[in-house]
Design a protein around this ligand. Structure first.
Ligand SMILES: Cc1ncc(COP(=O)(O)O)c(C=O)c1O
Length: 385
């Protein structure tokens, strides 16, 4: 089986995890948690970084830090894994879905501008969605498949209207936008250390902030909001979102190898791009001029008319050869979890969902396996069952 994305673990990971076991510090405090946070603070030149149990938890807390309140609306791309939209619901707010741009598959700044200009009114210093009557308070762009959004445009549009921008950089650790690292391109950034990501702590996440007060508040909220930690006095709702020292040990070893993994995944992407550009009907996911993507997942877009087969057929066929591929997520405007269907509208995200397929992208993918896979994709053009 050639998996889509698997972790690459080695001696450094064993060493740090063993140190953790030897010291007895395996639970929710310990030096590796601090070292991981310090690594992130330095890497992003941030005021602070707080390690948490998952990327989803990071998003939840980031929205609280952003001041999003129950009944608000938050603008989210429709083409993403569902976690950011869930996080919006966790704070009692409502996601409003915006389309993807057809070139780079990210939240389309033009769709954002159109929504802000045509669907919202400024009312007593706040922005209100005319059709729902709810305040719009934040934008939550996602760097889909690791490729950074056009964040300057998104942040510019949002800040002009007083909206906060929380960057979902969970897939884009190691990517650059105009030479700046994805993760702190907006007001607050969120990372994931889940097992399928470019680096892993087994599970985990990081909140990256520009303000020390926010770092303190994030640490407080994620450790059960202990107002008086000795007498256990609590004055508001807190969460047990801590990352364990054991996970942080694994995570630190992995982030210290991040550049190695980015290089490996970018080389894999370059080989796919080069070889598959020869196959009519296959387009490799392009990289914008402003982006150096970590190529967390390499992806192709299939033109059924030219390739002769659709993405799901190719996915099933490759599975019979032991190759795991995966379509993009069901666009959230069609998700049964959210009731926002608008059957009249033509979404770019629907076309991308129909046509795109993610290919095996693990840093450990061998050139031999990749060459065989490229050969299959090439040979299967126009194939019969
Ligand atoms: C875009 C996006 N946001 C959030 C998450 C949530 O991260 P986690 O699985 O660490 O909770 C993921 C991945 O799982 C993701 O792909």
């Amino acid at each position: 089986m050639i998996p889509l994305s698997e972790p690459m673990l080695g001696e450094l990971e064993s060493k740090y995890v063993q140190e953790c076991i030897d010291s007895g510090w395996v639970s929710s405090a310990g030096p590796f948690v601090s070292r991981l946070e310090e690594w992130a603070r330095t890497r992003f030149a941030a005021a602070g970084a707080v390690a948490v149990a998952s990327g989803t938890a990071a998003l939840h807390i980031a929205l609280l830090l952003a001041g999003v309140r129950p009944g608000d609306e938050v603008l989210v791309p429709t083409l993403t894994f569902i976690a950011p939209a869930y996080a919006v619901r966790y704070v009692g707010a409502h996601p409003v879905f915006l389309d993807a741009d057809p070139l780079y598959w990210q939240l389309d700044p033009s769709a954002l501008a159109t929504f802000l200009d045509d669907s919202c009114d400024a009312e007593s210093g706040r922005l209100v969605n005319r059709s729902s009557g709810r305040p719009v308070t934040a934008v939550l762009p996602v760097n889909v498949l690791g490729h950074p959004c056009d964040m300057d445009r998104i942040v510019g549009l949002a800040h002009d209207r007083g909206l906060v921008v929380v960057e979902d950089a969970t897939e884009s650790l190691g990517s650059l936008y105009k030479e700046r690292p994805a993760g702190l391109l907006a007001d607050i950034g969120c990372l994931s250390l889940n097992g399928n990501k470019i680096v892993t702590a087994g599970g985990g996440g990081l909140i990256i902030v520009r303000d020390e007060g926010q770092a303190r508040r994030a640490a407080y909220l994620t450790t059960q909001a202990k107002h008086d930690p000795l007498e256990y006095v609590h004055t508001e709702l807190g969460y047990n979102y801590r990352l364990t020292n054991l996970q942080a040990a694994l995570g630190l070893a992995q982030v210290e190898r991040l550049d190695e993994f980015v290089l490996a995944r970018r080389s894999i992407a370059a080989r796919y791009a080069q070889a598959l550009s020869q196959v009519p009907g296959i387009e490799f996911m392009p990289e914008a001029s402003w982006a150096t993507t970590n190529r967390w997942l390499s992806a192709i877009r299939i033109d059924q008319a030219e390739y002769g087969r659709d993405s799901r057929w190719l996915m099933r066929r490759l599975a019979t050869e032991g190759v795991q591929t995966r379509p993009l997520w069901q666009p959230l405007h069609r998700s049964p979890a959210f009731e926002t269907r608008d059957p009249q509208r033509q979404w770019v995200a629907d076309r991308l969902n129909r046509d795109a397929l993610c290919l095996p992208s693990s840093a450990s993918l061998t050139w031999g396996d990749q060459a065989r896979l490229i050969e299959s994709i090439t040979a299967l053009r126009g194939a019969r069952d």
